[in-house]
Design a protein around this ligand. Structure first.
Ligand code: AHG
Ligand code: MN
Ligand code: MN
Ligand code: MN
Length: 350
């Protein structure tokens, strides 16, 4: 423990990764993939900081497959993330919020890891200089290569059948969160912070811009067991279930009501929840029964981190990490954070 204390503020992410390799927590290939993600996020961090100076704010003029208007930075961040992952030679398949179907990487050399990512999260906040982030989850390649008997959608949005390579890529990605080997996020805020788990606790690294490296700053993060902060977009309340409306009364009731905090960037809202405790929620409503957040590159990686930090990630009725996706961009309701707070919501919803 004393040794770990001393490492805070001095140990770089690369050194930490080498130690994880020695402990048997990551393979050499996985360390290379994680390093390439750190590299991508350093570049995105620099772009986010300078966006207002370099004409990088505003819309790109296209929509992604989910019908969202892409920001210029959504597109650029996706290119950076994809290029870094492809060039590292250890990634076999990538799936991104900004790409309709997962891509088989031709440049792969070994490892063939599967990476699902949200290159820029909270991009509606970007032009106001408010915190945004990136989110990722990493699987081992799927050994099964047969779609038969699987409940996976094999048509593109235009109704065309996907080709065999695209179908195989889908199979590599459509996996439950409990199969994740590693997950993490990077928050671009007053400082840039990388938070990740390789299945042995959660660690945070702050970008030291003077040396250009992530340095260990948060040792073995644990989410407080309870916390009186709730983080929901209450503007949507009209469409919520009676159980959830009752919960909204509950948090405002009592001698000391809960505090409300909502940025509208999952990464920022979740990072605060990790450190201060409380609960973040994006429920389903009458129009969208699965809410807005996407399972593979938002809900599952965050739930993996929450569990690794002693917290909980739930849809309100089941564990997020147990859901087996049938589509890459599938959505799911999310209630995440302090174990006791998530359990209170589950009671209200049952
Ligand atoms: P993205 O910017 O990657 O599309 O994600 C947006 C998500 C998430 O960041 C945030 O928590 C949520 O949308 C906010 O949604 P509302 O604006 O509906 O509250
Ligand atoms: Mn988006
Ligand atoms: Mn997002
Ligand atoms: Mn995004």
């Amino acid at each position: 423990a004393v040794e770990q204390e001393n490492e805070v503020g001095t140990m770089t992410f690369t050194t930490w990764l080498l130690k994880q390799e020695m402990k048997g927590n990551v393979t050499n290939e996985m360390a290379v993939v994680l390093n390439s993600i750190a590299l991508a996020c350093k570049q995105i961090s620099s772009l986010v900081t300078r966006a207002g100076l370099q004409g990088m704010t505003g819309l790109a003029g296209e929509q992604n497959v989910q019908g969202e208007d892409q920001k210029k930075l959504d597109v650029i961040s996706n290119d950076i993330f994809s290029d870094c992952l492809k060039n590292c030679g250890r990634t076999g398949t990538i799936a991104s919020e900004e790409e309709e179907v997962p891509i088989a990487v031709e440049q792969t050399f070994s490892g063939d890891y599967v990476v699902c990512f949200d290159p820029l999260d909270g991009s509606s906040n970007i032009d106001a200089g408010i915190s945004v982030g990136s989110i990722f989850g990493i699987f081992e390649p799927n050994e099964e290569c047969n779609l038969e008997g699987k409940n996976i959608v094999t048509e593109s949005t235009d109704g065309d059948d996907l080709d065999i390579s695209q179908q195989e890529s889908l199979l590599h990605c459509c996996r439950p969160g409990k199969d994740l080997l590693s997950a993490g996020y990077v928050m671009y805020s007053s400082s840039t912070v990388l938070v990740l788990s390789v299945g042995d606790g959660v660690y945070g690294f702050t970008l030291d811009t003077l040396i250009g490296d992530f340095v260990l700053s948060h040792n073995n993060i644990k989410i407080p067991e309870s916390g009186k902060i709730y983080s929901f977009n209450e503007g949507n309340m009209k469409g919520w279930s009676d159980g959830l409306k009752n919960y909204m009364d509950f948090v405002k009731d009592g001698e000391k009501p809960y505090s409300s905090r909502y940025i509208g960037s999952l990464v920022g809202d979740f990072h605060r929840t990790m450190l201060y405790g409380g609960v973040y929620g994006y429920p389903g409503d009458v129009r969208n029964k699965n809410g807005k957040l996407r399972l593979l590159y938002e809900c599952a990686p965050m739930s993996f981190l929450a569990e690794q930090a002693g917290g909980k990630g739930s849809t309100g009725t089941c564990r997020v990490l147990d859901i087996v996706p049938d589509q890459v961009h599938q959505r799911c309701p999310l209630f995440i954070g302090s174990t006791k707070e998530v359990e209170i919501i589950e009671k209200f919803l049952s």
